[in-house]
Design a protein around this ligand. Structure first.
Ligand code: FCB
Length: 495
C-alpha cells in the first residue's frame, strides 16, 4: 500500500466517520466505507460464539490473578472546577457545540470525585483485586506546569488509602487524554516540549504518590490520540492533519520514555509500562495484495508503538510509507529512541476488536459488531494478540487494562439490569485469555472496561460500558447481572 493509497484510505475513513457521527477509530471509519454487511449483536441476545473455549469447562486462572476493573479520570470524576482543577482539552472539546452526542460533557460524569468512597465499597463488594484508574493532569497542574496542586494530590491519596484499606491493588495511569488546555494552546502534542512537561508532571506524581502505587501506566492508547484526535478529529483536540498526527505519535512515545526514566530517578519502587490498544490485523482474503496491505496496517496499528518501546526502532515499512520528509521523520532526534525504549516492567494491553484488511488497503467486517459500531466481537483476537506480543517482544509481564462491551442496559421493572450479552462477551474473552496463559503468555491481571457507566468521549452518556449501572439523574449505582457474575468468577478464580 503506497502512501497515496493509505492517504486515500484515511480520507475515506474521515468522511465516513463524520457521516456516522459516531465512529471511534480509523478502523470504524474505514470499515463503514467497506463493503461487508454485518448484523449488529444485541446485548440481550448473547452473540454468536467465535471461540472454541468451553464456558463450563472449569477454567482456573493462576493463583493471585489480578481480577480488576478500569476507569479514567475525565470519564467518571466530574467536579470539573473543584479544588483548583484546570481545564483540559476534553473540557474544551466537549463544550464545543456539535462535538459530542447530545452535547454531553464530563462536568459531572459519575460524580466519582465526591462518591469515591461509595465506589470503593462497590469494588470491595465485587471482590476486585486490582483497580486501574487515571490521574487527571489538570488536577495536579492546572495549566500543565509548575508546582503541583496539593488538593488534587490529596484526592488521589484518599483514593489510594481507600484501596489499600480494602486490599485492592492500585494501577495508576498518568495520562488518559485530558491534556491541560494551556499546553494545547502552546501546540499540545505537536510541540516537543509537551513531552518534557509530561515528565515533570510524572515526576511530581511519583514523588507525592510513589509510596502507594505498585504499578504505573504512562500514556493511555497513544494511537487513539493520533488517529481520533489528529486524523479523524472526532476526539479532542479535534484536528484533521495526518502529517501532524505522526509527529504527535513520536512525542507521545517520547513522553512515555521520559516518564519511565523519571520513575527510576524518583527512587519510587513501583513498576511501569505503556498502555497500548492493540489490534490483531488479518487479511480479508487469500490474495498477496491483502497480505501486503495487512502487514503495513499492522505497522500503523501495532508495531509503531511496540517496536519503538521494545526494539528501540520505528518499523521501517511505516517510516518508508510516511516518507523521509514527513514531520515525524524530521521530529525524531538522536537519542530519542533510546529514551523511548527505556526498559519497562510490564505491558498493558487493551483489546476490543480485530481488523480485516483488503488488498486495496480498505477494511471489512467479519464478525457481529456491538453498539460501538467500530467493535467486532471476536474473542480469538485476544488470544492472537497476546500470544503474538509474547512471541515477538519477549516475556514481558502483561496486564489487560481494558476489554469490554457497551450495552443499552435499561433497568427492568424490578430495577435489575440483565446484561446477558456482556456476560457472554466477557466469558468468551476470559476463556481466550486463559488459553493464552496456558500457551505461555505471562498474563498477570485483567481489567474489565469499565467499573462504572461513564462519559464515553464523543458518544457522551449514550453508550454504557460499566459492570455497574449509573443512573445519572440520581447518581444511584446498581450492580448489573455482569457484576454479580464477575464477582463469582473472581471468587472461583476462573470460569
Ligand atoms: C478505550 C478508551 C476508554 C474507553 C474505551 C471504550 O479506547 O481507552 O477510555 O473509552 O475505549
Amino acid at each position: 500500500m503506497s502512501l497515496l493509497t493509505r492517504r486515500r484510505l484515511l480520507r475515506r475513513a474521515a468522511l465516513s466517520a463524520t457521516a456516522a457521527g459516531a465512529a471511534r477509530t480509523g478502523l470504524a471509519g474505514a470499515t463503514l466505507a467497506g463493503t461487508t454487511a454485518v448484523s449488529v449483536a444485541g446485548c440481550d441476545s448473547p452473540p454468536e460464539r467465535n471461540t472454541d473455549a468451553d464456558p463450563d469447562g472449569g477454567l482456573r486462572f493462576p493463583d493471585n490473578f489480578g481480577w480488576g476493573a478500569a476507569t479514567s479520570a475525565y470519564q467518571i470524576e466530574g467536579a470539573a472546577k473543584e479544588d483548583g482543577r484546570g481545564e483540559s482539552v476534553w473540557d474544551t472539546f466537549s463544550h464545543t457545540p456539535g462535538r459530542t452526542r447530545n452535547g454531553d460533557t464530563g462536568d459531572v460524569a459519575a460524580d466519582h470525585y465526591h462518591r469515591y468512597a461509595q465506589d470503593l465499597d462497590l469494588m470491595r463488594e465485587l471482590g476486585l483485586r486490582s483497580y486501574r484508574f487515571s490521574i487527571s493532569w489538570p488536577r495536579i497542574q492546572a495549566d500543565g506546569s509548575g508546582r503541583p496542586n496539593q488538593r488534587g494530590l490529596d484526592f488521589y491519596r484518599r483514593l489510594l488509602d481507600g484501596l489499600h484499606e480494602r486490599g485492592i491493588a492500585p494501577m495508576a495511569t498518568l495520562f488518559h487524554w485530558d491534556l491541560p488546555q494551556a499546553l494545547q494552546d502552546d501546540g499540545g502534542w505537536e510541540n516537543r516540549d509537551t513531552a518534557e512537561r509530561f515528565a515533570d508532571y510524572a515526576d511530581a506524581v511519583f514523588r507525592a504518590l510513589g509510596d502507594r502505587v505498585p504499578a504505573w501506566l504512562t500514556i493511555n492508547e497513544p494511537k487513539t490520540v493520533v488517529q481520533n484526535g489528529y486524523i479523524w478529529g472526532h476526539h479532542a483536540p479535534g484536528h484533521r492533519d495526518e502529517a501532524a498526527a505522526y509527529l504527535v505519535a513520536h512525542h507521545l512515545q517520547l513522553a512515555h520514555g521520559l516518564a519511565v526514566q523519571a520513575l527510576r530517578a524518583s527512587g519510587a519502587s513501583g513498576r511501569i509500562g505503556p498502555a497500548l490498544n492493540l489490534h490483531p490485523c488479518y487479511p480479508a482474503d487469500d490474495s498477496a495484495e491483502a497480505a501486503a496491505a495487512t502487514r503495513l496496517y499492522d505497522g500503523y496499528e501495532n508495531r509503531l508503538y511496540l517496536d519503538s518501546i521494545f526494539k528501540g526502532a520505528y518499523p521501517q515499512d511505516v517510516l518508508a510509507d510516511l516518507g523521509p520528509d514527513s514531520r515525524m521523520a524530521r521530529g525524531v532526534r538522536d537519542g530519542d529512541l533510546k529514551i523511548i525504549s527505556s526498559p519497562v516492567d510490564l505491558l498493558a494491553v487493551q483489546y476490543y476488536t480485530p481488523i480485516y484488511v483488503t488488498g486495496g488497503g480498505g477494511t471489512v467486517r467479519k464478525w457481529p459488531t456491538s453498539e460501538a459500531e467500530w467493535q467486532q466481537i471476536y474473542p480469538e483476537g485476544m488470544y492472537d494478540i497476546l500470544t503474538r506480543v509474547t512471541r515477538d517482544y519477549g516475556r514481558v509481564p502483561i496486564t489487560i487494562t481494558e476489554n469490554g462491551l457497551p450495552c443499552p442496559d435499561t433497568p427492568g421493572p424490578d430495577g435489575s439490569i440483565d446484561d446477558a450479552g456482556r456476560v457472554s462477551f466477557l466469558r468468551d474473552h476470559f476463556a481466550a485469555a486463559h488459553r493464552a496463559v496456558r500457551d505461555g503468555v505471562p498474563l498477570e491481571s485483567y481489567h474489565v472496561w469499565s467499573l462504572l457507566d461513564n462519559f464515553e468521549w464523543a458518544e457522551g452518556y449514550d453508550q454504557r460500558w460499566g459492570l455497574v449501572y449509573v443512573d445519572y439523574a440520581s447518581q444511584r449505582r446498581v450492580l448489573k447481572r455482569s457484576a454479580h457474575w464477575y464477582r463469582e468468577v473472581i471468587r472461583r478464580n476462573g470460569l
